[in-house]
Design a protein around this ligand. Structure first.
Ligand code: BGC
Length: 885
C-alpha cells in the first residue's frame, strides 16, 4: 500500500467516528482504522512495534519504540515512574532533570486519599507528555509483603483495597492528561533479592485477594498498558505466564491494552507472545526473532497481529496516531485523531475521563502537531509550579505523626529560642528512593534551611550532622599512591585523591590510582569514593577497590553502592566500612572513567572511628543546651536490593539514643520508605514519619513541625516491633530457598498477619495522630447494592483544624468457610474538620469486601459479621453487627 492509499483509507474510516453515542457503534470504526493500519504494515514493521530499540534522541526515556512514520504511527517514549518522570540525564553526579520529584508513592498511600492520587497521577501524566514522553511506567502496585523489600517506598502499601483505590485514581489522573499509564509489576513481585528468577509459589485465593486487586482496579480504570514482572509465578515467568496474561487479564478482566515485559524480563519469543506478552522491553533480544518464527511457521501471523492491534488501539485511543509522513491531508486528521473515543473505552470500563482536554494547554484534544514525532496529540507546556503544588500537598497529607507524648509537636515559639536540628538528611534532603523511581531535582531545599526560613529571624536554629556521611579527604600521611592517566604518560606518585570543583580533572579523562592506605590505628573506617562526571549510562564509572574487593562504586541507578544522599558539596558518595589494621598498608585502587563534556571529579575520603564518635558527641552537646532537638533519620530504600536489616543504618540508633539522653525533648523525623525498628522509642516523645517527601518535602516538614500544617496521614504498612514479628519471616517464605519463595502465609499479609497471630506491632496499619482529637459516634449500617452503606458521626473535639482518615473494617463470620483474618479494611474516607465541627459521614463497603475467592469466583462470605469503625486498625471506636446473606 502506498502512503497515499493508506492515508485515504484511514481518512475514510476515520471520518465516521462520532464522540458520543453507544459504545458498539464507535468501536467498529476504531477497529476498522486499526485493521487498515495492520494491512499497511509489513511483517518487519509489525515486529518492530513489538519491542524496544535505541532512542535516536537522548531524551532520557527508559524505553523507545520507533514508529512507522509512513503510516502515521508515532515513535513512542516510555518514561519511569512512579515518583515523577525520570530522565537518564540525571545519572552521575551533579545533573538533575526538570520533572517534579513527587513524594515517594508510599507517602501517597499514607494520604488514604484517592483525590490526591488522581492529582499525583495528573502531574505524572502532564509532565510525561510535556517532556516528550508518551507512556509512563507507573503506578507500581505490588503489595508490601515483607518490610525489608527494597521497593516498598515505591508502592502503595500492604492493603489491597487501599492500593486498588489509589491505583485506579492515579491511572485516571495520568491518562486524563493524555499519557498512557503502565500498571506494574504484574504480579507478585514483592521483593528485590533474586527478583529476576525467583519462583513465587502462591495459591489462587491469595493471588486474587491480596496481590491482584490493585492491578484489577487499574485495568478497570482503563490503564493502557501493563508491565509483566520479572519473577516466576507458580513455575512460569510472569512474562510468559498464560494464566496471568491471558486467563485473568484478558479473559476475565477484559484488558484491551498491551502488556510489556519488565526491562530485560522477556525470557522467550514464541512462548511469551503466545501466552499474552505483547512488547519486549527495552530491546528486541527475543522478539526480533518473531519474524523468523512466523516465516518458519513456528508462530501464527495472527498472534503478531493481535499484539500489534492491542498497541495500535491504545495509540488511537490516546490520539497519538497522526497523518502519514508527507502524506496527503485530505480529511485525515478529523477522523484519525479527532478526540478520544469515549466509545472505545467502553470495554475498558471508565477509560479516558473527559478531563483529558482540560489539562492540555496546547489546544483542543486531538489537534495534530504536524508530524509523527511524539504522536498526533499536542503536548502541554511544562508546568513546574503546578507540579510543585501537588508535590507539597502530598508531602503534607502523607506525613504520619507516629507518636507525640506530651504534645511535644508542634513546636512552640519558645522552642525556637534554641532548636537543635540534627542528622544528615536535615541538611542534604532525601527526597526520593533509589533505582528507576529516582527523580533528581537540583536546588531542592533542605529541611534545616526550611526550618530556619519558617522560624524567622528571631529564632536560633543550629545544626549538627550527628552521623558523618562525607568524612574528610584521606590525608597524605595515610596514602602511598601512584596515578596513571589512561592514554597519558607513565605513573606518577601522588599524595591525595581530591579533585573536585575548580580542581576537577579534564572532561573525558580517565585515571587509575594504585597503592596502599595505612590507618593510624586499628578500627572501622568508612572509606568513601566521591565523584561526578562519570555517569555509567554514558560509559563512565568510578570504583574503589580495597584489598582486592570492590567496596565503592559511584553509579547512578542499580549495581553500585552510591548513597542517595549527596555530599555537602554535591558529589555522589559511595563506599563501605572496612576494618583497617593500624600501621599496616592495605592495597587500594581507584579507577575513574570520565565522559566527554563533564569535568571528572574524584575524591577519596574517610570517616575515621574518632570522627564518627566526635560527630555523635557534637550532636548530643548541641541537643543538651537546646529547648528541643529534632533528629532527622533515614534509610535508603532502592530497587535492586532489599535491606539486610530493619534497623536504621549507620549508627543512627546510637545517635538518637545519645541525643535523647542529652535532651528528653527530642523529636525524630523519619525519612524512610519502609518500617524501621525503633529501640529508642520509649525515650523519644515525638516521631514524625515523612517518608521520602519529594522536592517540596523540606517545606512540608518544617510546616508540620512548626504547626503551620497538621499531620493527617496514616500508616499504609504495619511497623513491626521486632524483625521476627513480620509476616513471611522464614527463609522459605522470604527470600526463598533454592530459588523458590513460598507464599504459604496466604492472605495473612500486613495487619492481617499481626491481628491473626495476636502480635503487638510497634505501630499498626492505619495509625497516625493529629494535633487535634477526633471522636466517633452513632454508627449505622444498611445494605447498599451488593455491599453496605456505613454512616457515622465524626467530630473534631480538639482546638485546631485537622484531618482524620476514618477507617471501616469488616470481621469474618464466627465460622468462616476459609481461614480469614480478624478484620480487613473495607472502606475509608479522609475528612477535614474545623475545631468543634461534627459531620455525618457515609462510606460504601463494596460488595467485594464481603466476599472471598472461592476457587472459581468471588463468593459471598455469609453470616453474622461486624462492621468496625475507627482511627486505625487497632483503634476501633464503633462496632455494629450485621447479617450478610
Ligand atoms: C524496573 C521497572 C522500570 C524499568 C525501566 C526495571 O528494572 O523493574 O520498574 O520501569 O526497569 O527503568
Amino acid at each position: 500500500m502506498t502512503r497515499r492509499e493508506a492515508a485515504r483509507l484511514l481518512a475514510g474510516v476515520g471520518a465516521v467516528v462520532a464522540f458520543a453515542g453507544p459504545v458498539r457503534a464507535e468501536a467498529a470504526p476504531v477497529q476498522a482504522r486499526v485493521d487498515a493500519l495492520l494491512r499497511g504494515l509489513t511483517l518487519q514493521e509489525k515486529i518492530a512495534l513489538l519491542h524496544g530499540a535505541t532512542d535516536p534522541a537522548a531524551k532520557g526515556a527508559a524505553g523507545y519504540v520507533p514508529g512507522v512514520p509512513r503510516l502515521g504511527i508515532p515513535e513512542l517514549r516510555l518514561a519511569d515512574g512512579p515518583a515523577g518522570v525520570r530522565g537518564t540525564t540525571q545519572a552521575g553526579g551533579r545533573t538533575a532533570g526538570r520533572a517534579t520529584a513527587l513524594p515517594a508513592p508510599v507517602a501517597l498511600a499514607a494520604t488514604f486519599d484517592p483525590d490526591l492520587a488522581r492529582r499525583y497521577g495528573a502531574v505524572l501524566g502532564r509532565e510525561c507528555r510535556a517532556l516528550g514522553m508518551d507512556v509512563i511506567l507507573a503506578p507500581m502496585v505490588n503489595i508490601v509483603r515483607v518490610p525489608q523489600a527494597g521497593r516498598n517506598f515505591e508502592t502503595l502499601g500492604e492493603d489491597p483495597l487501599l492500593a486498588a483505590a489509589l491505583a485506579a485514581a492515579e491511572v485516571r489522573g495520568i491518562q486524563g492528561e493524555g499519557a498512557l499509564a503502565t500498571v506494574k509489576h504484574y504480579a507478585a513481585n514483592n521483593f528485590e533479592n533474586e527478583r529476576q528468577h525467583v519462583d513465587v509459589r502462591v495459591d489462587e485465593r491469595t493471588l486474587r485477594e491480596i496481590y491482584l486487586p490493585a492491578f484489577e482496579a487499574a485495568v478497570a480504570a482503563g490503564a493502557g498498558a501493563v508491565m509483566a514482572a520479572y519473577p516466576r509465578v507458580n513455575g512460569r515467568y510472569c512474562a510468559e505466564n498464560r494464566h496471568l496474561l491471558t486467563e485473568i487479564l484478558r479473559d476475565e478482566w477484559r484488558f484491551a491494552g498491551w502488556v510489556m515485559s519488565d526491562w530485560g524480563g522477556t525470557r522467550s519469543d514464541v512462548p511469551s507472545i503466545e501466552a499474552g506478552l505483547d512488547m519486549e522491553m527495552p530491546s528486541g533480544a527475543r522478539f526480533s526473532g518473531l519474524a523468523e518464527a512466523v516465516a518458519s511457521g513456528r508462530l501464527a501471523g495472527s498472534v503478531v497481529d493481535r499484539s500489534v492491534r492491542r498497541i495500535l488501539l491504545q495509540l488511537d485511543r490516546f490520539g497519538l496516531l497522526s497523518e502519514p509522513l508527507n502524506g496527503p491531508t485530505d480529511g485525515l486528521p478529523g477522523g484519525l485523531t479527532g478526540g478520544l473515543p469515549g466509545g472505545l473505552t467502553g470495554g475498558l470500563t471508565g477509560g479516558l475521563p473527559g478531563g483529558l482536554t482540560g489539562g492540555l494547554s496546547g489546544g483542543p484534544a486531538g489537534r495534530l502537531t504536524g508530524g509523527p514525532a511524539g504522536g498526533g496529540r499536542a503536548r502541554p507546556v511544562f508546568d513546574g509550579a503546578a507540579g510543585a503544588v501537588a508535590a507539597r500537598e502530598v508531602a503534607l497529607a502523607g506525613a504520619v505523626l507516629l507518636r507525640n507524648e506530651g504534645d511535644l509537636l508542634p513546636l512552640l515559639h519558645a522552642d525556637l529560642a534554641d532548636l537543635a536540628v540534627i542528622g544528615p538528611t536535615a541538611a542534604a534532603p532525601l527526597a526520593g528512593g533509589g533505582g528507576s523511581a529516582r527523580v533528581l531535582r537540583s536546588g531542592t531545599e533542605s529541611p534545616y534551611a526550611a526550618l530556619r526560613r519558617r522560624a524567622g529571624a528571631t529564632a536560633r536554629v543550629r545544626f549538627a550532622t550527628g552521623v558523618d556521611l562525607d568524612g574528610v579527604p584521606v590525608p597524605a600521611s595515610a596514602l602511598s599512591l601512584t596515578r596513571t592517566r589512561r592514554g597519558g604518560g607513565g605513573p606518577e606518585p601522588v599524595t591525595r585523591v581530591d579533585h573536585t570543583g575548580a580542581g576537577a580533572l579534564p572532561a573525558g579523562s580517565s585515571y587509575t590510582w594504585t597503592g596502599t592506605i595505612t590507618a593510624p590505628a586499628t578500627g572501622d573506617y568508612d572509606l568513601r569514593v566521591q565523584g561526578a562526571g562519570a555517569p555509567p549510562s554514558s560509559g563512565g564509572s568510578i570504583t574503589l577497590t580495597v584489598d582486592g574487593t570492590r567496596v565503592g562504586a559511584v553509579e547512578a541507578l542499580l549495581g553500585g553502592n552510591s548513597s542517595l544522599i549527596a555530599t555537602a558539596d554535591g558529589l555522589t558518595n559511595a563506599g563501605a566500612v572496612v576494618r583497617l589494621e593500624g600501621g599496616r598498608p592495605t592495597p587500594l585502587r581507584i579507577s575513574a572513567t570520565g565522559v566527554a563534556g563533564t569535568p571528572l571529579e574524584v575524591r577519596l575520603a574517610w570517616v575515621t572511628p574518632t570522627r564518627r564518635q566526635e560527630a555523635r558527641e557534637a550532636a548530643a552537646a548541641l541537643a543538651r543546651g537546646a529547648q528541643v532537638a529534632v533528629v532527622f533519620s533515614f534509610d535508603e530504600g532502592t530497587e535492586g536490593a532489599d535491606r539486610t536489616s530493619l534497623a536504621l543504618p549507620k549508627e543512627q540508633d546510637a545517635l538518637i539514643a545519645a541525643v535523647a539522653a542529652a535532651n528528653p525533648r527530642t523529636a525524630v523525623v523519619l525519612n524512610t520508605g519502609h518500617p524501621v525498628l525503633m529501640p529508642w522509642l520509649a525515650d523519644v516523645p515525638a516521631v514524625l514519619q515523612m517518608w521520602y517527601p519529594g522536592q517540596e518535602g523540606a517545606d512540608a516538614t518544617a510546616a508540620l513541625l512548626l504547626g503551620a500544617a497538621c499531620p493527617g496521614g496514616k500508616l499504609p504498612v504495619t511497623f513491626p516491633a521486632r524483625a521476627e514479628d513480620a509476616p513471611a519471616a522464614t527463609p522459605e517464605r522470604y527470600p526463598g530457598v533454592a530459588g523458590t519463595a513460598v507464599y504459604d502465609e496466604g492472605v495473612f499479609v500486613g495487619y492481617r498477619h499481626y491481628d491473626a497471630y495476636g502480635i503487638e506491632p510497634l505501630f499498626p496499619f492505619g495509625h497516625g495522630l493529629s494535633y487535634t482529637r477526633f471522636a466517633y459516634e452513632g454508627l449505622s449500617v444498611r445494605p447498599s447494592g451488593d455491599g453496605l452503606s456505613v454512616t457515622f458521626i465524626l467530630a473534631n473535639v480538639g482546638r485546631r483544624e485537622g484531618v482524620e482518615v476514618a477507617q471501616v473494617y469488616v470481621t469474618p463470620p464466627a465460622d468462616p468457610p476459609v481461614p480469614m483474618p480478624p478484620r480487613v479494611l473495607a472502606a475509608f474516607t479522609r475528612v477535614r474538620l474545623a475545631p468543634g465541627e461534627r459531620r455525618r459521614v457515609t462510606v460504601t463497603v463494596p460488595g467485594r469486601a464481603l466476599r472471598h475467592w472461592g476457587g472459581q469466583g468471588w463468593v459471598l462470605t455469609a453470616g453474622r459479621r461486624a462492621v468496625q469503625v475507627g482511627s486505625s486498625s487497632r483503634d476501633l471506636r464503633l462496632r455494629r453487627e450485621v447479617t450478610v446473606r
